[in-house]
Design a binder for this molecule. Structure first.
Ligand SMILES: Cc1cc2nc3c(=O)[nH]c(=O)nc-3n(C[C@H](O)[C@H](O)[C@H](O)COP(=O)(O)OP(=O)(O)OC[C@H]3O[C@@H](n4cnc5c(N)ncnc54)[C@H](O)[C@@H]3O)c2cc1C
Length: 296
């Protein structure tokens, strides 16, 4: 690892001055489970590391019906897994966090790091896409920005975050009535595995719990960035969601992917599994939105 300067600011104002000063020569450090590995492999060689861990303002979770769910980027995966509000109201986020790596990785790794690393396989992102999350980015030069998560990614390991910007909050609106979702992940092994395919789905039903008023599908590991399957979602809108509608939505979701073959899987297998897992996720989201027992 190339020698670097190390700075651990005590507050956000100092951190923002540092990112404004060092720009792209610096790297922000949260849990380090992506950054340190990349530095060891020589993929990144920042001349300065700015550790965010002392910024306690970035390590919060708050929820109210009017404001929705606000999560600081330093919140770890294990915190999301165990958080009562997230389990009760945003269960697909807890499921996504539980699917990340091992207990040790989840103990260090953060939601902000998972998003800002820009991996197409990031497990947290499909659930956040389905939940309509917005990312708060702050910098001295650009001020505050709010970016829908589905617009945040440019390509593998590339995001729209400017070097001087720090992500300071993830904001998720309150879920409408009769809404629920799920995150399903296919990996080679049960633990410690980057997703071959990751699928999140959310469904909102009308008050009779028969007609679909809203649907979101988010996928990981099947395109250069995490994606939202807007065409597949429209198949479900206004419909009585039944087996055929779900199959058709899953088929359209397949068409929206551009998977590659790599060490973990062939593109064909990925595409096939998008169909299987999307159908399974929509079925499960539907069950949950109806308030029925889980099928998992
Ligand atoms: C053994 C192992 C298994 C893993 N398994 C999985 C898995 O199953 N699923 C999965 O999705 N990931 C997995 N990962 C990847 C990693 O653990 C996660 O992506 C994790 O959430 C990264 O968080 P971090 O806090 O460690 O990020 P860091 O490594 O600290 O940072 C990652 C990137 O985000 C930037 N960053 C961090 N916080 C901010 C912020 N607030 N504002 C702006 N930029 C910021 C950093 O500068 C860096 O570029 C695994 C990693 C390891 C080592």
């Amino acid at each position: 690892v190339k020698e670097f300067q190390y700075i651990a600011p005590e507050n956000l104002a100092d951190a923002l001055s540092l990112t404004a000063h060092y720009g792209s020569t610096a790297a922000l450090l949260a849990g380090g489970t992506d950054l340190v590995v990349q530095m060891k492999h020589g993929a990144r060689a920042p001349s300065c590391i700015i550790n965010l861990k002392r910024l306690s303002d970035l390590n919060h979770i708050s929820y109210s019906k009017t404001e929705g769910l606000h999560i600081g980027p330093l919140v770890t995966h294990n915190t999301l897994v165990d958080h009562p509000i997230i389990i009760e109201k945003f269960v697909l986020l807890a499921e996504a966090a539980r699917s990340v790596g091992t207990f040790q990785v989840r103990e260090r790794g953060t939601i902000g790091g998972n998003i800002c690393n820009g991996s197409p396989a990031a497990d947290i992102v499909p659930s956040l896409i389905c939940l309509g999350a917005k990312l708060k980015l702050q910098s001295i030069t650009e001020g505050d920005k709010s970016v829908p998560i589905e617009d945040f990614f440019k390509g593998p390991q590339e995001t729209r975050r400017l070097p001087e910007e720090i992500m300071t909050e993830i904001q998720i609106p309150t879920m409408p009535n009769n809404t629920s979702g799920v995150y399903l992940k296919l990996g080679v092994r049960k633990a410690l595995e980057i997703a071959i395919v990751g699928v999140a789905a959310v469904i909102t039903l009308d008050d009779t719990k028969t007609t679909c008023l809203g649907a979101r599908i988010g996928l990981a590991s099947v395109a250069p960035t995490p994606i939202r399957c807007r065409k597949a979602e429209t198949v479900l809108l206004g419909q009585k969601v039944e087996a055929d509608t779900i199959k058709e939505a899953a088929r359209i979701a397949q068409e929206e992917t551009t998977p590659i073959s790599d060490l973990r899987s062939t593109a064909e297998y990925r595409r096939g599994m998008v169909f299987v897992l999307t159908a399974r996720a929509l079925n499960e989201a539907l069950h949950r939105a109806k308030g029925l027992a889980t099928t998992k």
